[in-house]
Design a protein around this ligand. Structure first.
Ligand SMILES: C[S@@+](CC[C@H](N)C(=O)[O-])C[C@H]1O[C@@H](n2cnc3c(N)ncnc32)[C@H](O)[C@@H]1O
Length: 272
């Protein structure tokens, strides 16, 4: 099988499936996507062909491409991804942008709660080397992936702590920003069937998906500096509920930011 035939094995021309085929071939052959087009006639080795066909079967069975290749681009970083981590989503980059746009001290202290692959914490650290950044997760194997990603990208100054939300931290720590993309999907949400390969602990929260968001706001206020911020990712239909929660705990300057698809995605507020 040559590269052109391999690319055409799945999906219609110009479809997302074809784009995934190209990413997969790039991963297997180590030929970058531009050169793939130029080398359409090149024949795959038997080993490459086998890996490609096996990988396509896994994708057809519902596994995200990132689990098959073991990595996912996010922001400017290529991040290791395993079954212990959520695959970072492009919309979460809006949360990174939102935090970067805040008016913060040069040596701002930031904590990313539920860091997964480290996507948010490491993107912020790559942009603001002087920020003092901590990343937490409840699951040690997840945190190990984030630590690996920090080392890969020479972001060794980022600190890591394991534990449930703010309980992972010392009580005498104060932050200018608490940022998090917590689990926010209701267990009965119809979309859960499409997310079956990713860890449930990364996705599902009680109280219509709002329980962890409320816990972070409630606990987080005690860990903020004066005028510190909490910035949270949430579901497209949860902005009003998250704004109400910020109001309930006395926050000010509450605002919601839309994602690249025009959906409400991030709500942030300042500690009064
Ligand atoms: C939606 S994922 C987000 C991962 C990553 N921040 C991202 O945006 O790609 C939520 C993360 O929160 C972690 N998590 C779930 N419950 C937690 C808890 N009680 N305390 C801390 N982290 C938790 C999960 O292990 C998972 O890594």
């Amino acid at each position: 099988m040559n590269i052109a035939q391999a690319l055409a094995l799945r999906g219609e021309p110009e479809s997302y499936e074809r784009q995934e085929n190209a990413w997969l071939l790039e991963h297997i052959t180590k030929i970058d996507s531009f050169d793939l087009v130029m080398k359409k006639e090149q024949v795959l080795t038997a080993e490459q062909e086998q890996s490609y066909v096996d990988a396509l079967k896994r994708i057809e069975a519902g596994e995200p491409l990132a689990y098959v290749t073991g990595s996912q681009p996010f922001w400017t970083l290529d991040l290791k991804v395993t079954k212990d981590t959520l695959v970072p989503r492009p919309d979460t980059e809006v949360l990174v942008e939102t935090v970067l746009h805040l008016d913060l001290p040069e040596d701002a202290r930031i904590v990313d709660l539920g860091t997964g692959t480290g996507a948010i914490a490491l993107s912020l650290a790559s942009e603001r080397p002087d920020w003092d950044i901590t990343a937490t997760d409840i699951y040690e194997p997840t945190l190990e992936v984030a630590q690996f990603n920090a080392e890969q990208h020479d972001l060794n100054h980022v600190k890591f702590a394991c534990g449930s939300w703010l309980n992972a931290l010392n009580r005498n720590q104060y932050f200018d920003v608490i940022v998090s993309n917590p689990p926010y999907i209701d267990a009965d949400d119809v979309h859960m069937k499409d997310l079956a390969t990713e860890p449930k602990r990364a996705l599902v929260a009680e109280n219509h998906g709002l329980a962890d968001i409320e816990l972070i706001i409630q606990q987080g206020q005690k860990y903020l500096t004066a005028n510190g911020w909490i910035a949270l990712e949430h579901g497209y239909d949860q902005a009003d509920a998250v704004q109400q929660l910020f109001k309930k705990y006395g926050f000010k300057d509450i605002r919601t930011v839309k994602d690249y698809g025009g959906n409400d995605r991030v709500t942030l507020a300042c500690h009064a």
